[in-house]
Design a protein around this ligand. Structure first.
Ligand SMILES: [Zn+2]
Length: 708
């Protein structure tokens, strides 16, 4: 779909968003160098990486190729078909399952009717060619049962729009004049493969078949011809729909204009909604105010269409049976929000009860995934950030489908019982049960001030490694962006954000907290770490130096904790939240010639204890880590502080200083940022769920700093 970015705040939507029209990107020169299997991969990647053709993970491709059987050296026909999981845009050759075509055809002896669909899946591994470990998907029979060398099956928006409209069959006839057939809805599986094969046998002239409520399947004699056939069919559908959308606004026209403050509204709303969700793990949120979301939620037909739910199984599995819709005039009303979320859970439980079968798995999470607010946009929640983002994108596809479907007839959503049977399919349940347990911090949102520095970045990395989403806040814009980019490469772009924030600036602190709220949905772990250090005898300590230490170390910690408080209070019933102050040995032990620094650190340490007392009724824990002499990676130790401390100790500021601190410690060891990060992880996680008001010294042992 075309993305219209940066929609103006008050833009009235005067015409419907158009469907993108794909064109062939085939390169004969590239293709000429490829083996038959590589040609299949090339075609698949071309289709899958073109967002106008297919959505994430959707669709599958196949080729029936001649291979040499490793058992007897004889030539044998092998079906290469996209395997289970992954997506055709980014897959590699190992993403294909390879199966003996003759054995696949022989499976029909085991098939006696639709009730055998699950049983048939179990036979697929027995057809594996060449010990390929890639599992075959349930769509395999669509490919194996068709007598064509190359087969594509995709679900682009323009195609599903036809497939999910009351006018879709007539439109298919009008566009392709009988060249493309039409099969009524049937959920994916062996039976659909048989229906398709029989349909094509009875209609030998067709070049492809629309699968109602689902997508399209088509074929050709070569990889190139198949690819270009698929692209042309999508372009035909898009052109047809665009002509019918015309210049009129979609969905009955605009009723609610995009709200210019929608980003701020989302930042305010998301932590509150998240607080009303239930379950063993916190939810991660994703906000989008893209053109699709604003056009749809602000339209006259919004409530009617949203209630119908999505159509294509791909969309439905990501977005749940229906979205939760909210009245933009009542977003400030907590009782209203709580009731709406509770009502949704009740609606979902009723759907489960209505549709469940004798052997259905237990009811899953009943919280809403998609939340729609007119004028604001689309908010999605899931147990991890990527799933939340993808759910939002799939709902965006569903909006496109509804727009196209309504342009040529009435939009038809997936039948409720069919939807249920897909959602609670027994074989899928088995797959869910085999999934590894999530990492300890999955679902948690952390914000680390001073996130570009040694201890801050090490702490952020530790939290990211355990599955948390992290906002890095730092006043150094370039440095924090560099650290963010590095973490995005290491942990994925979804889970880390950067905010430029000087902790002495109240507005910037609030803005950084708002980033956590808007980008992830709230805040569970605050690591107050941004610091400075100074060294001066009392008589040389200016008011400016004194205030600078107190501004950053005392007031800065106060401002970040105060801004975090409202978000953290929301998580009381979901395991609570945790504030971790990075203190200092000098907050406990007296320091020579550093009275401004050390006393400001002591103020922060005591602030932590006061906040522990105040936070406990809200489930907010507050603890402190006291490092000492963490020199590696520290910006503080890069500058004057190093020279000043060396001067204070009467030694050289280079290697000698590090040796001095090592020897001064009881354990004679260096203290590294990663050591502090371990304590941050412990205090931020549920491992310390019953600890608050505590200090952990990470200083290689310093008797002066023993707490008493
Ligand atoms: Zn499909």
């Amino acid at each position: 779909m075309l993305r219209r970015t940066a929609m103006n705040a008050h833009t009235p939507i005067t015409s419907a968003l158009p469907f993108a029209v794909p064109s062939s990107r085939w390169d004969d020169e590239v293709a000429g160098r490829l083996s038959p299997a590589e040609l299949l991969l090339y075609r698949s990647n071309l289709l899958g990486s073109d967002l106008t053709v297919t959505n994430f993970g959707g669709g599958n491709t196949s080729a029936k190729l001649e291979e040499v059987d490793p058992l007897n050296g004889e030539k044998v026909e092998v079906l290469w078909v996209k395997g289970s999981g992954g997506d055709i845009g980014s897959m590699k050759l190992d993403g294909f399952a390879t199966l003996y075509q003759a054995k696949l055809l022989g499976l029909e002896a085991h098939y006696s009717g639709p009730d055998d669909d699950d049983k048939m899946v179990g036979f697929l591994p027995h057809c594996t060619f060449n010990l390929n470990g890639r599992a075959a998907s349930i769509d395999t029979p669509l490919h194996s049962l068709l007598p064509f060398a190359h087969v594509d099956h995709v679900h682009p928006d323009a195609i599903i729009a036809l497939a999910a409209s009351s006018g879709g069959e007539a439109a298919t006839q009008e566009i392709w004049g009988g060249r493309i057939g039409w099969l009524p809805w049937k959920r994916p599986g062996y039976t659909l493969g048989v229906m398709l094969r029989d349909y094509v046998k009875a209609n030998p002239h067709v070049e492809g078949v629309m699968l109602a409520g689902h997508g399209i399947i088509c074929w050709a004699d070569s990889a190139k011809a198949c690819y270009e056939h698929t692209v042309q069919l999508i372009a035909d559908a898009a052109n047809y729909l665009n002509a019918r959308l015309g210049s009129a606004p979609a969905f009955g026209g605009q009723k609610v204009a995009p709200n210019p403050d929608r980003a701020a509204i989302a930042a305010d709303l998301m932590p509150r909604l998240r607080g009303f969700m239930t379950g063993a793990r916190q939810k991660l949120g994703h906000f989008s105010d893209d053109a699709e979301a604003l056009e749809f939620t602000g339209s006259a037909d919004f409530e009617r269409l949203a209630a119908l739910g999505t159509s294509c199984p791909d969309h439905f599995l990501r977005t749940k049976i229906a979205p939760l819709t909210l009245d933009p005039a009542r977003l400030q009303d907590d009782a209203y929000l709580a009731q709406k979320v509770a009502d949704y859970r009740e609606m979902y439980a009723a759907y489960y009860e209505r549709c469940k079968r004798g052997n259905s798995p237990a009811m899953r999470d009943s919280n809403p995934v998609v939340v729609l607010v007119p004028g604001v946009g689309r908010i999605t929640f899931a147990t991890d950030k990527t799933t939340a983002r993808l759910a939002g994108e799939f709902y965006g596809n569903a909006i496109n489908v509804m727009r196209g479907a309504e342009a040529i007839g009435d939009y038809i959503a997936l039948d409720e019982q069919e939807a249920f049977d897909i959602e609670y399919w027994l074989l899928e349940e088995a797959k869910l049960q085999r999934m590894p347990a999530p990492k300890p911090l999955v679902g948690k949102i952390a914000l680390v001030t001073g996130g570009a520095g040694g201890i801050g970045a090490a702490s952020a990395a530790r939290l990211l490694r355990e599955g948390a989403c992290v906002v890095l806040a730092d006043r150094a814009a370039d440095a924090v962006e560099e650290v963010r980019a590095g973490f995005a490469r290491q942990f994925g772009k979804d889970v880390v954000r950067a905010a430029v924030c000087d902790v002495t600036d109240e507005a910037q602190v609030q803005a950084a907290i708002d980033v956590a709220a808007r980008e992830f949905g709230g805040l569970d772990i605050l690591v107050a770490n941004a610091g400075i250090a100074s060294s001066a005898p009392i008589e040389e300590t200016t008011i400016e130096l004194w205030n600078r230490n107190y501004d950053v170390l005392a007031q800065g910690y106060f401002l970040t904790a105060r801004a975090a408080w409202p978000l953290m209070k929301r998580m009381k019933d979901q395991g609570g939240s945790s504030v971790v102050f990075i203190g200092s040995k000098n907050g406990v032990a007296a320091a020579t010639n550093a009275s401004a620094y050390a006393s400001a650190k002591a103020a922060a340490n005591h602030l932590a204890r006061c906040l522990a007392l105040e936070g406990a009724p809200h489930g907010i824990r507050v603890n402190t880590v006291n490092p000492d002499a963490v020199i590696k990676g520290s910006k503080i130790w890069d500058g004057d502080w190093r020279k000043e401390r060396a001067g204070a100790h009467g030694i050289d500021s280079g290697k000698e200083l590090e040796e001095h601190y090592r020897q001064r410690s009881m354990l004679k060891r260096d203290v590294l940022p990663e050591d502090i990060a371990e304590a941050v992880y412990f205090l931020g996680s549920d491992m310390s769920a019953k600890s608050t008001g505590n200090m952990i010294n990470v200083d290689a042992g310093n008797a002066q700093a023993f707490t008493r």
